[in-house]
Write a new protein. Sequence first.
Length: 489
Amino acid sequence: MKKLFVIDKNDNVAVALEALSRGYTENGLSLINDVPFAHKVALFNMKKGDSIIKYNSKIGTLTRDVKAGEHIHTHNLKTNLTSDFEYSFSGDNSYSPEKCNVSFYGYKRPDGSVGTRNEIWVISTVGCVNNTVDMLVQNAKSKCYNDIDGVFGYTHPFGCSQMGDDQENTRKIISALIRHPNAGGVLVVSLGCENSNAEVIKKYLGDYDKKRVKFLVTQNVDNELEEGEKLIDELHNYVKEFKREEVSAQKLVIGLKCGGSDALSGITANPLCGKVTDKITSFGACAVLTEVPEMFGAEHILMKRAENKVTYEKTVSLIKGFKNYFSSHNQECFDNPSPGNHDGGITTLEEKSLGCIQKGGNSIITDVINYGEQVKKSGLSLLNGPGNDIVATTNLAACGANIILFTTGRGTPLGAPVPTIKISSNTPLFEKKNGWIDFNSGRLLSGDDIQNLSVELFDLILKTASGYKTKNETNDYRQIAIFKDGVIM
């Protein structure tokens, strides 16, 4: 079996499929250094200033001469990215979804949305009541409501002493989670005196269903635990009436996320998700790609796939807006890869981004969504927000994703409020962390066909949408985090 993998015929580097020692030879190429797993190897002699090509795209510039068989990484490669890149519109792209002939068993909600779970969510409006939420959830779990999918609490440290857009972010995310169709019922727990109090959140919800959403203002009652228990009992009586029904898969909203990536993520797991994205958008379901800083260096590829000039201009604003966010805090926006990314063979941001956007396949981009807003159009949407794993998965859930595909090369147990399918980029991770990982895309490196694996992954999505529990659910790993950008008083 070959141990050096070339992604594209125009690339001038190969990727090591296992840790290789100096002197290893394949197809006439002999390694002159030890090369770690998933790291890059020069295929030719090259000069200082030459571009390294991977994914048939430039991922950086050599800082010194290198020889064929030499390890390419941070010691001899630097980013090409600068802040003065200009974009141009390349024309419209037609998006015409086909008829959907596949289905899953979900929960139809009165507002027309569909959930993949039938849960009760207990959500805090402010950090002061987080322990109250935790106690209410534990009390509810002791009652063993076996006729619903569970009672879960979502807490955060914000909701008060924030200013401007920072407070707005908190209110948008809280209200969006309250509306999520995976929650058959929601108890919103408030202190009472906070900036984002119950009455404020109600304004963001508009005309909400009072049978589905209950509010507990803890300062207004004698015993908040007793009152909260009564309200959860009322919600349970409402939620248990919902039953799974056959629903068109067109109702799916699939969030796309990667975290703890390695250099194989862009070769196996992310392209595999891209195949699934192309399939679900082809019949009018929604897919959502976020992590804007991990589009830097690959945004020109996304812009070419914009449905029309309006969507193109929104994409340009998305990218420039996030670059301005970095510069407003006097931070460099082109130094993104983490220590784990570097250990996993990713050197530059453009290399990371070119691998990251593979999750979007070749789908037409039909919309761009602001942070805290919800999906409005079928097809592939770009969602404004950072790459931080907990913030991004919360953002995806808030926009309406009822399942998240989460690829990883290094491994992470993180889970979102919605089912989070973990997809390993390599088999050793799958075997080592089987308690975290739901699907092994590392099989692509052993000869499995990507089309066959994409069918298998799509079947797992439908199975999960119909009730099969992901590892994050069986482990009860569920967290939220809200994007923080502003002054705390």
